[in-house]
Design a protein around this ligand. Structure first.
Ligand SMILES: NC(=O)c1ccc[n+]([C@@H]2O[C@H](COP(=O)([O-])OP(=O)(O)OC[C@H]3O[C@@H](n4cnc5c(N)ncnc54)[C@H](O)[C@@H]3O)[C@@H](O)[C@H]2O)c1
Length: 275
């Protein structure tokens, strides 16, 4: 894959373009607003400066990323003409996304994957294309240039090739790695309320109005938990739970956790996040 298009250059789109440009891809960043594209470029520049400040980006690559590898355009046809992957990060509205996917299907190369960064919408219910096997949800966590997790949500017709890997169920380690690398990373800095400010209150309004989402029914029990409890796998206190803690005394296991928590607390306190 060489060329990637990001449609929508707002809160998520500018950062997504940056991630792919930093990864060496040729990126086409599209928005309906020229002003948003100008702001996106300036935000990417600021993001790169922040990364450089903490040693995660080499400033000599600045213009290659910002000027050469990202083409900023309001012309959707130009933006998608040669892309193998198109990710939309536009407003969280079913009608607008449906309309956009229709255009993406019409304008993109037939082999291109069409992905949505939607937070809550079941796009598979309303998106119609001639390539259902190549339509997929790839949900990035904000800000994508720092939070290293993407949720891949295939639809009923998405092919395994599009998903790339079909790992089956996630292991306990996978789930912990994913949560620590996403909202876990953000939570100590933003909390629950400030996160909404960073995500955008208009997005939250769209999310709340999404009637197609229904939380899973509460069963009051779990087969997995019942089976583990019946085997005496109660967690750290019995040396085994989802993880196996070996023969280490419980004091050592708690000490390891507590030292890490204390270190984190001190670090957050130094940053003024524990006041
Ligand atoms: N904000 C977050 O924290 C966050 C996190 C994960 C996923 N998302 C999802 O990402 C998507 C974008 O969210 P956002 O917060 O970046 O939105 P945003 O409002 O900041 O940006 C959306 C951009 O899309 C542009 N746009 C609208 N219609 C367009 C069209 N037809 N063609 C091209 N550009 C168009 C707008 O001009 C705007 O610049 C949503 O689906 C949202 O659910 C957002």
């Amino acid at each position: 894959m060489n060329n990637v298009t990001i449609v929508g250059a707002g809160t998520m789109g500018h950062s997504l373009a940056q991630v792919f440009a930093q990864g060496g891809y040729q990126v086409f960043l599209n928005d309906i607003s020229q002003d948003i594209l100008i702001r996106a470029k300036s935000l990417i520049e600021a993001n790169l400066e922040t990364l450089a400040e903490v040693g995660l980006f080499d400033s000599k690559d600045h213009s290659a990323v910002v000027e050469e590898r990202i083409i900023y355009t309001t012309d959707l046809a130009d933006a998608v003409a040669s892309s193998e992957l198109v990710i939309e990060a536009i407003v969280e509205s079913p009608d607008t996304k449906k309309e956009l996917f229709f255009e993406l299907d019409r304008l993109s190369p037939p082999e291109a994957i069409l992905a949505s960064n939607t937070s809550y919408l079941n796009i598979y219910e309303f998106v119609e294309t001639r390539r259902p096997g190549k339509v997929i949800i790839t949900h990035w966590f904000a800000p994508p240039h720092i939070v290293p997790l993407v949720e891949i949500v295939p639809g009923p017709h998405t092919t395994p090739e599009t998903v790339e890997t079909d790992n089956g169920y996630a292991t306990p380690e996978d789930i912990d790695r994913a949560t620590k690398a996403s909202f876990g990373l953000r939570m100590p800095i933003l909390g629950l309320v400030k996160r909404v400010d960073f995500a955008g209150l208009d997005l939250t309004q769209h999310i709340l109005s999404n009637k197609s989402y229904a939380p899973p029914t509460v069963k009051g029990r779990s087969d997995v938990i019942d089976s583990m409890v019946s085997k005496g796998r109660l967690g750290v206190k019995t040396g085994k739970g989802f993880y196996d803690y070996g023969d280490s005394p419980i004091e050592d296991i708690l000490r390891e956790r507590d030292l890490k928590l204390l270190k984190l607390k001190e670090f957050l306190s130094d940053m003024g996040e524990m006041d």
